[in-house]
Design a protein around this ligand. Structure first.
Ligand SMILES: Cc1cc2nc3c(=O)[nH]c(=O)nc-3n(C[C@H](O)[C@H](O)[C@H](O)COP(=O)(O)OP(=O)(O)OC[C@H]3O[C@@H](n4cnc5c(N)ncnc54)[C@H](O)[C@@H]3O)c2cc1C
Length: 374
């Protein structure tokens, strides 16, 4: 049986980042991913915020044009509020090559990557992986659950699990550059996006048209909500949606918005990224948190492997980090309560006041990011 220092389950950005950092410290890392290719079944719009772009070396050629303009709309789309930042705030990643580059960096660092290989359970430090050739067993001193919002590793390690989830879906297609500057359009309408927002990101290269909300609150289901939104979405004047089965990419998946989980480590391993609930409860942004929490995870695991002290993992404490999310959790609670278009209209009235606009600017263009790490 192969023996490794660390088994990382899941090759999203969290798993790739954690695996790479550990391998660069000289550890023997096995990364198992159930998808046969990292460029398919993408589950993110790929909006990177300024702080991520400042702090992490993402490949510039895989990033869309900078976005400074956000337009917020009430139900019915009348009387939107436009906010323009004096700085570049967002860039949309071309995610397939970004995952591909991250995997190449992991392999260069010495990570052994097994694609098409599902983690299926554990007995002590022995883990079952199921690939094309059937089940195999590997031994690892630690396991990292980077296996997304519905983490099997979290369950098997008896750690906390995400219970507060949105479900999101979007369409992505190439477009020709139009007159409008790159813009992020957000629609607050609980009939289209119950508990969250519907969005169009038009950066002049791609259009992302999506919605997210609580699965049980979509009046006619998520798919129908996306169809309705796409048929009248703002920000697409002069944009032609291409025909053809391969011209439009469909993405989607669950988004944990209950805040960072409290128990995200034990003597045998830890959780990162969505598995740990490391997503902003308000904006549902998880790319910055997953990169930052992965740095902390790799540092803690390195210390534990170096010193031979398993207790080092107790420093990976979700409860301590979570307390810094209080404000965002309170705002998520507020957004949850906006359940009718009339209430959304009323809430939108506040956004039109100077304090409301200032608060929106702080949320959308602020410098805050995932706490406690970089
Ligand atoms: C529709 C949508 C749009 C989003 N847009 C944005 C955005 O624009 N900006 C932003 O900051 N955040 C966004 N998010 C959130 C963000 O994408 C996630 O927080 C982030 O990608 C999480 O990364 P991760 O590596 O933790 O999880 P994932 O990227 O989900 O990776 C988990 C991996 O684990 C694998 N896996 C699962 N189970 C197993 C198993 N048993 N064995 C082996 N492999 C397994 C999965 O195949 C997957 O590859 C969005 C989310 C959704 C759903």
């Amino acid at each position: 049986m192969d023996t490794h220092d660390v088994l990382v389950v899941g090759a999203g950005l969290a798993g790739l980042q954690t695996a790479t950092l550990l391998a660069r410290q000289g550890h023997d890392v096995l990364l198992a991913e159930r998808r046969p290719s990292l460029t398919g079944a993408i589950r993110t719009t790929g909006i990177f915020v300024r702080r991520t772009l400042d702090d992490f070396p993402l490949p510039v050629e895989c990033l869309g044009p900078p976005i400074r303009r956000v337009v917020l709309y009430p139900p019915g789309l009348r009387g939107p509020v436009a906010l323009v930042s004096e700085r570049d705030e967002y860039r949309v990643g071309d995610m397939a090559p970004i995952y591909g580059r991250a995997a190449a960096a992991a392999a260069d660092a010495g990570v052994r990557i097994l694609l098409g290989t599902r983690y299926a359970g554990r007995q002590g430090q022995i883990y079952t992986l199921v690939g094309r050739g059937g089940p195999t067993r590997v031994r690892a001193r630690f396991v990292v659950g980077a296996d997304g919002a519905r983490s099997r590793v979290a369950r098997d390690l008896d750690l906390d699990r995400n219970r507060h989830l949105l479900i999101g879906a979007e369409e992505v297609y190439e477009i020709k550059r139009g007159e409008e500057p790159p813009t992020f359009h957000c629609v607050l309408d609980p009939s289209l996006a119950p508990g969250y927002l519907a969005w169009v990101v038009n950066d002049g290269r791609h259009a992302h048209v999506g919605t997210a909300g609580y699965a049980n609150r979509f009046p006619e289901g998520l798919r129908r909500a996306l169809e309705r939104f796409a048929s009248s979405a703002p920000g697409l004047d002069g944009v032609e949606r291409p025909d053809g089965p391969d011209a439009v990419e469909r993405r989607g998946g669950p988004i944990p918005v209950g805040g960072l989980l409290r128990r995200i480590s034990c003597a045998d391993g830890l959780l990162v990224g969505d598995a740990a609930g490391a997503v902003s409860p308000l904006t549902a942004g998880g790319l910055d948190p997953c990169l930052r929490l992965s740095e902390l995870a790799a540092a803690v695991l390195h210390e534990s492997l170096r010193s031979g002290r398993k207790e080092a993992l107790t420093h990976f404490d979700g409860a301590a980090l979570r307390s810094r999310f209080r404000g965002r959790l309170a705002m998520r609670w507020g957004l949850d309560k906006v359940r009718t278009p009339a209430l959304a209209d009323a809430a939108f009235g506040l956004l039109r006041t100077p304090p409301g606009r200032a608060a929106a600017r702080r949320i959308l263009f602020g410098d805050r990011s995932f706490p406690g790490t970089t």
